[in-house]
Design a binder for this molecule. Structure first.
Ligand code: TYD
Length: 138
């Protein structure tokens, strides 16, 4: 797929014998204001989360611990990003279908979001998503 604005963003990393430190600042490291933070954890082996797209919400996904894959899809083709370090994350703009899968044991995904939770912002039907993409409605 063309990347549709999806990209890995590397975060500052302060390595230190006492332990490393990274951070993320809104409108500095990531191109949106953070309205919400949520996290996904205790995912049983083989499970997938987040098969959907958002009409408005953009997000930044970090594997704070462990690893998982984020598969992004623009309705024509897919691309897989492997997240396994806490000093970078995946920026996913609005309008991109994405799914998280292949979670390692004890992995922890944190998702910074540009909007507050709104069930109406979700597009959960892939065929509907594809049609909206084809029609230029998203
Ligand atoms: P959802 O985003 O639907 O997860 P998935 O796409 O992996 O199934 O979230 C699951 C439920 O959690 C959803 O029904 C409502 C609730 N939820 C909130 O209340 N606030 C939030 O910020 C999120 C992300 C989910």
């Amino acid at each position: 797929m063309t990347n549709n604005g999806v990209k890995i963003i590397e975060l500052p990393k302060f390595t230190d014998p006492r332990g490393n430190l990274s951070f993320v600042e809104q409108l500095n490291n990531i191109p949106f204001e953070i309205k919400r933070t949520y996290w996904v954890y205790d995912v049983p082996g083989g499970e997938a989360r987040g098969g959907h797209a958002f009409r408005e919400n953009a997000e930044f996904i970090i594997a704070l611990s462990g690893s998982f894959d984020v598969v992004v899809d623009d309705g024509k083709s897919k691309k897989k990003f492997i997240l396994n370090r806490s000093y970078y994350g995946l920026y996913v703009p609005k309008g991109v279908w994405r799914e998280m899968e292949n979670f390692s044991t004890n992995s922890l995904a944190i998702i910074l979001s540009s909007t507050c939770y709104n069930a109406n912002d979700y597009i959960r039907d892939y065929d509907v998503y594809k049609k909206m993409k084809n029609d230029g409605k998203i």
